[in-house]
Ligand binder design. Sequence first.
Ligand SMILES: [Mg+2]
Length: 267
Amino acid sequence: MSITWSLLASDLDGTLIPLERDPQRLREVAELVRAVAESVNLRLAYVTGRHLSLAREGIAEVGLPSPDWFVCDVGTSVFRKADSGFEPDQGYREAMRSAFGGLSGAEVRAAIGAVDGLALQEEEKQGEFKVSYYTQGRPEPYVDSVQARLDAASARVNLVASHDPITDRGLLDLLPSGVAKDYAVRYLHDQSGVDEQHLVYAGDSGNDRAAMLAGFRVIVVGNADEELKKDLGIEAVGQGIAEKIYFAEHPYAKGVLEGLRHFGFVA
Ligand SMILES: [Mg+2]
């Protein structure tokens, strides 16, 4: 008899990793971890904006188990469990290089070179295929000159700009064209051989949206952004996928557990 595998692919910060560190929240994580451990056919992937080392620190801090896959750097890297730890998935690296126009992150950095007011973020915030800068003040004024240098190098890049009003610092992320968390989740779907009905994606914010509309089952944790909930509610009806999207009542890990039970992934 063949085994039917399921896969929980989940965001970390604000989803499995609570934003508040009180004992109650940590007990809720522990309860989820027990339920997942008892479901022997359930595989695990963490899908995060974090770099691998920070993702590993984060799960250790709250007691989440080691997964089968880490998707890091906003979907631009996939690591699979190996005997010696986690190793980069070679097929995914090739896909990223090609999506970046044949370049690596280091080559993209070199193509941009020095720009006044633009500073590389800390090394732990860079990925092999993700390049991240700080900008002095708002990031928008830098976009055109960065884009021009990327075009000259034939790089194919998504420029994602945001602004931190507290530090008045801009953030500029350069990702391979067309790549975000949803791209990686589709890749895991292909790699794992889990069928669509047995893959569930859990998240809490706008950077999970595309992955939530990729055709799999979805858990929206209770603490998710109101805008996201409203938007997914509309999409769910519009696309006729309402039965695939579960809006949990509870926040964080407790909401994920609630959703896993709803879909029958855990007892
Ligand atoms: Mg999140």
